[in-house]
Design a protein around this ligand. Structure first.
Ligand code: NAP
Ligand code: MG
Length: 504
């Protein structure tokens, strides 16, 4: 691909990229306190898009202070819940009006195909904020009849208040940069918290563009603070003694660090970590739909999904048929720069991620797995970008790294199975438990497998279906706490019980 043939972004995106990028702290756009910046690259060509502030300890301190002040002393806690909902709705409207800008920024920064960013990422973000805009006025406690057996004759009124946590730190990854920001911010704001958000170093741009909109939507200063930087900034935030809760999405390895960091002030933690999710196909499935579905389950977003269907379990009777179809699909995926309209799959997010995925592929080959298709970086016209061929492995066993570990790239491992019980056991033979999909027309099989799998989401005859109302999160080492839906409120509220003795 000649870089000259990649379509240029629209003018507002060019304007955004040419202006100096700033942190958002206490409603002001400022440089990092040490003045440092870092480069942000377009993974389709590795050209530099812009530089952003490299926030550090001092900036996290300032952001937490601003959030604390906004929470304790600002107008935020005094405005009505209806007003709070309107602010979040207005934010959604402002994003909607800039759908193309956000979609292009996401594609330039992350690499994903523009058609996907435009049709899936940004609309989901808008819908998500609207869902939680509506929820702001529906968060409430309950009244409880109590008996108090040791106080005969006394009368009590018991009720609960559902209150915000306070200052919330949110650390997000690079695979769906704007969507992860929305998953974190929507519910936190609906519940009345103040936030410090730390985007991933690879993909800070859509969050910085979002930072432009909070004041316009009418949010008081300090309610949302955004600090771009490296892992050390995330670590300061997770360790900060004045942060009441940390929400993290990313690697299981850093998830462990977050839990350790929470110990000092016992801050609340929610974690959305890695996965090694199975896609399970039975012979009675519609095999055209299933083969397409399980290929999409792994290759969507270049395989960089925590819930990617990275382990393909195919019933032995249809194994050869389906694996061939998946390999054909992989071969026919049009890989290229996300900005090109005919691209189905973009580059991985960075050179580092490309190398990590390639090293997993090599480990699979060395362990004796058979590469049906793919297995290499893509050279030629695409050499400058971080591309990896869609890759299908078979002849794998449970001990191989490519079967056990999250690769986070377009690499699937396939194995046959015999019956329902063995496929449930094999599906659960992983330290992760984020998601799974089951492909069958038999409702009994679908229910049995869904019940047997230890995973936070089970899709039947689909994969990667998300909705603001549907809870998402992990079993086992895929984390704890649920995002989205009413369940996410548990992460961002605490219950206060009030008991009143009624005197006569
Ligand atoms: P990561 O290190 O877990 O990064 C996620 C976020 O945490 C980023 O904002 C990161 O900042 C920040 N961070 C890094 N070290 C931290 C620390 N000690 N304390 C607090 N925050 C910290 O993930 P990655 O290195 O970008 O990717 C590595 C692997 O993680 C991937 O290959 C993939 O397997 C997995 N991953 C999973 C998900 C998911 O959705 N579950 C998403 C992304 C990656 P920096 O960006 O500055 O490092
Ligand atoms: Mg990292």
């Amino acid at each position: 691909m000649d870089t000259a043939t990649i379509p240029e972004p629209i003018s507002p995106v060019k304007d955004f990229l040419s202006k100096p990028q700033k942190l958002l702290i206490d409603g002001k756009r400022i440089d990092a306190s040490n003045g440092e910046t870092f480069e942000v690259a377009d993974p389709s060509t590795n050209t530099i898009l812009t530089r952003v502030p490299k926030g550090g300890k001092e900036d996290i301190n300032l952001a937490v202070k601003a959030a604390r002040n906004a929470f304790e002393n600002g107008p935020w806690r005094k405005i009505t819940v209806s007003e709070r909902g309107k602010l979040i709705w207005k934010l959604a409207d402002l994003i909607e009006a800039r759908t193309e800008e956000f979609a292009q920024l996401e594609t330039l920064d992350n690499g994903k195909p523009l058609a996907i960013a435009r049709a899936a990422d940004v609309p989901l973000v808008i819908d998500h904020f609207r869902y939680y805009a509506g929820m702001a006025s529906k968060i409430h406690g309950e009244s409880i009849d109590i008996s108090v057996p040791y106080a005969p004759g006394a009368e009590f009124l018991d009720f609960t208040l559902r209150e915000p946590m306070g200052v919330v730190g949110q650390i997000i990854p690079w695979n769906f940069p704007l969507l992860m920001a929305a998953w974190k911010l929507g519910v936190a704001l609906a519940a009345g918290n103040c936030v410090v958000l730390k985007p991933a170093e690879q993909t800070p741009l859509s969050a910085l563009h979002l930072a432009d909109l909070f004041a316009e939507a009418g949010f008081p200063d300090g309610v949302v603070n955004i600090v771009t930087g490296f892992g050390d900034a995330g670590s300061y935030l997770a360790n900060h003694m004045d942060v009441d809760k940390v929400a993290f999405t990313g690697s299981t390895e850093v998830g462990h660090e977050i839990v350790k960091a929470s110990a000092a002030n016992l801050k609340r933690v929610s974690l959305e970590l890695g996965g090694k999710s199975p896609s399970i196909v039975f012979p009675d499935a519609d095999l055209d739909i299933a083969a397409q579905g399980v290929a999409g389950a792994i290759f969507f977003n270049q395989g960089q999904c925590c819930c990617a269907g990275s382990r393909l379990l195919l019933h032995k009777d249809i194994y050869s048929d389906v694996i061939e179809r998946v390999a054909d699909q992989a071969k026919n995926i049009k890989v290229g720069p996300g900005m090109c309209p005919d691209t189905n799959m973009g580059p991985l997010v960075s050179r580092e991620q490309q190398e990590k995925v390639l090293s997993y592929i090599r480990s699979g080959e060395m362990a004796g797995a058979n590469t049906l298709t793919g297995g290499k970086a893509i050279g030629g016209n695409l050499e400058k970008g971080c591309y990896v061929e869609p890759t299908v492995f078979e002849n794998v066993d449970q001990k191989m790294k490519i079967v056990k570990e999250e690769i986070f790239g377009p690499v699937v491992v396939a194995a046959p199975f015999e019956d329902i019980d063995s496929v449930i056991a094999r599906g659960n033979d992983t330290e992760y438990g984020l998601a799974a999909s089951v492909w069958t027309k038999d409702i009994n099989k679908a229910h049995k497998v869904a019940k047997g799998l230890k995973a936070g989401t089970v899709w039947v005859n689909c994969h990667n279906i998300f909705d603001a109302a549907a809870p998402f999160g992990g079993y086992k080492r895929s984390g704890f706490g649920r995002e989205m839906g009413i369940h996410a409120l548990e992460n961002y509220t605490q219950v206060k019980n009030v008991i009143i003795q009624l005197n006569n």
